[in-house]
Design a protein around this ligand. Sequence first.
Ligand SMILES: *Cc1c(COP(=O)(O)O)cnc(C)c1O
Length: 354
Amino acid sequence: MLIENNRLKAKPDMNTVHFGSYFTDYMFTMTYQDGKWQNLQIKPYADISISPANTTIHYGQSVFEGMKAYKRADDEVLLFRPMDHLRRLNNSARILDIPEIDVEKVYEALLELIDIERAWVPKGKGQSLYIRPFIFATDGFLGVNVSKTYEMYIILCPVAAYYAHGFAPVKIMVEDQYTRAVQGGLGEAKTAANYAASLHAGLVAHEKGFDQTLWLDGKGHHYVEEVGSMNIFFKIDDKIFTPRLDGSILNGMTRRTVLQIARDWGYVAEEKTISITDIIKAHEEGKLEEAFGTGTAAVISPVGQLHYKGRDFVINGGKVGPFAQRMFDYITDLQNGTVEDKYHFTCLVPRKND
Ligand SMILES: *Cc1c(COP(=O)(O)O)cnc(C)c1O
């Protein structure tokens, strides 16, 4: 199952490495053909070859995940909710009619891959090893059809601290023209198409001086959905709110983690349908205390300002709020193993290849 790599790369400078641009020495692969997943391998990271008629290129049948490995003070490596991520990959796969994977087997392979690559997990504050599992169709056929063959990969890249210069609350444009996903579509799947649908609006927001877009529902542009590629939370009148999962929103792992911890801390944390007018109203009444995005990359991304229909709404003086700060600190402490993980979110990568 392991094909040795005889040309190991130098590790990058973790202060200058850009997200997703520098990959480790090995990757995991397996193929789906004749009705089953087979040929599980860990092999040297390398380019791959596909047919110009590859159905993913033409019709987009692909899904992916994003999770991270962290190095504990004693040099052991921790994964954060890896089985939940692999189960979500299967959920995305079901939505796109991609054959499901055996999560137990892939988890074993992931542990072996990370064990081999443990020297690539950086130890500096805020740094981690980003893990990108993905599956895509490989039929070389121009007809529109569910593919009969697929490949799965797991590739790894060391990532620098997201907040190398401290928390920087973002300016968000509330998007009332473009749509990322609609109910009945692919919004709940982590799939390329949702990103394709989001790129242009993101570019326009950037050109206007905003960091991200806050997506509203595709039918009436009235209800809050997600922010960029993160889930969104609001703290209003000492209660925590995030939009209900309605099929067009991704079921974020960080979202789930924040909801559980907030409730444990004694907060009322509700998943509900939230309109943008409710948010503006709460702001005008002085009750919108905090807003923040959640996702694996940043963990917590405080929102300092919302722009909606030509008006700017500054939240918490444009500064990170105490709830967002406390949540960020606690989750990153769990991930790095500096506090006891009573939730069993983290999994230790066993050492087999010493
Ligand atoms: C990945 C992703 C998120 C965040 O999910 P996490 O599991 O917390 O990383 C949110 N929205 C979209 C659209 C995503 O693709």
